[in-house]
Design a protein around this ligand. Sequence first.
Ligand code: 13P
Length: 259
Amino acid sequence: MAANNRTPMIAGNWKMHMTAKEAADLAAAMRAGLDPDLKHEVLLAPTFTALHAVNAVLGGSRIFLSSQDVAWEEKGAFTGAVSPSQIKDAGCTHAIIGHSERRKVFLETDEVVNKKMKAAIKANIVPVLCIGETLEERESQKTYRVLETQLTGAFAGITAEEAAKVVIAYEPVWAIGTGKTATPDQAQDAHVFVRKQMERIYGKGYADAVRILYGGSVKADNIDELMAQGDIDGALVGGESLKADKFLRVIHFQAVLSK
Ligand code: 13P
């Protein structure tokens, strides 16, 4: 019997990979391979140019569509940006916000992340908020401080009611694309800390309900032990989500739930 009511979520972040046709083909394979009785949530995040094509394939399925980013403005002179209503128009119900690659490569600050969170929530898009420390930060014992700062910044000025649907993804930067997965204990420890921070910000009811995904070198052969941890509610998967058979195995994880 589950000790919590959190519905697991497995999300695939396809990053800057695939043409629209390739993404639609992969989405079709995911749809076809999904156990019809699966109770948890599945989310696909293709690149912007593939959203329409993937949405056409997913129509009527239980798989949700997400963008990998979203602008904080609705429209106007913002060359290169894509607004909440535009991703909604393409079929998205979710948006990844604050991914470490956005923070590092595109220099997004916590303030920018916060603006994007607010814009998504206003448009009724579910933010999948990414947080996580670098290797240097972990090695200098700053992990908790970094997570606390990122969470405080991301949720600034957002009420508990507005934040109700937000999904958090803990992605230690040193584990992304490196093959170095956090151990289940390391991940669980960080997730417990994140949940405590959410309790500090919004109270225990919120903290008990919020879903916290783990991301960073999640594979078909390590998902089960990760999902067996009491505070890991799902996964945000990069490389392994590009291979239908592997990602299907991740989605159909077989954790012996100690929850
Ligand atoms: P990898 O699974 O390739 O490490 O990427 C994780 C990630 O960044 C998902 O958002």
